[in-house]
Design a binder for this molecule. Sequence first.
Ligand code: NCD
Ligand code: ZN
Length: 347
Amino acid sequence: MTQRLTIRRPDDWHLHLRDGAMLAAVLPETARHFARAIIMPNLVPPVITGDDARAYRDRIMAALPEGLEFTPLMTLYLTESTDPADVAAAFADGIIHAVKLYPAGATTNSASGVRDLSRVRPVLEKMAEIGLPLCIHGEVTTPDVDIFDREKVFLDTVLDPLRRDLPDLKVTLEHVTTSEGIDYVREASGDIAGTITTHHLMINRNHMLVGGIRPHYYCLPVAKRSTHQQALRVAATSGNPRFFLGTDSAPHTDPNKESACGCAGVFSATNTMACLAHVFEEEAALDRLEGFASLFGPARYGLPVNDTTITLEKTDMPVVYPARIDTGEGPVTLFDPGHSLYWRVTA
Ligand code: NCD
Ligand code: ZN
């Protein structure tokens, strides 16, 4: 029996496209299903100024294969020397849609991130004034905090004080991985939302560590215990518009992942919609997939919903997705949830 689900075309509110040959290889994987994506600025060197964002946007559009339509929504990488006027001008010109806060050292290519929040206060004040959202990688990086506690500690010691200090700042807590993060986003007053990745809905730390270490499940924030995974699944399928999709699809080549010191990042662009349909079906919430993937994000960013649709189809036979995609930089393994998928995007 074939089951079909047609929804507004989705958008990805947290995506790593990289640059050069990697960009050329991964961009079509997203653009095939998604109309728009918030593009992460953690290149080397990072996308810091409005001019950087404009140039990166042009490289993305140049890499887009003919026949695919896609709009990259650019972001700036916040540094302690970011100029508030440059940020405001890039927003006014429609070049950028958010600014990204990486605590220095929190994740891949975050060395130029923020060490002292007081040094970026003028930028944050300007953002609060003009309504430009701040996307936050919500983890502390202090060495004495256990890696599994980094998000929880960030909520109390950084996020909440920051939002009390600047109550008008629009904040997106990205890739939420803990029940504490979910509770914070759900209950906090003011303008806050949280993105949830596909892989954090499907795996917990046992999947990564039991029976052998699976480097392709290693990402940041690192997957937590299953009770947290459950909280994420409840939030994503709840229909609460504060929670929407940000895949955090983050390609690294296999040699860089399967290494004594492997990179953090899960590449899920190719099968993300199939995975999400699987999760939402398991949670008896297929009717809420459209809100999570296609409606709540645009509302949050003040953009219209897409006027085109995609159709997902479920068949009795498992759908075979490629184990990896080839890129000019080497193979990139696709996220494998560890069980069969029966959904595919057909149109
Ligand atoms: C991301 C990357 O590879 O750029 N990695 C990841 O594990 N998510 C960076 C990030 O979003 O933290
Ligand atoms: Zn990311």
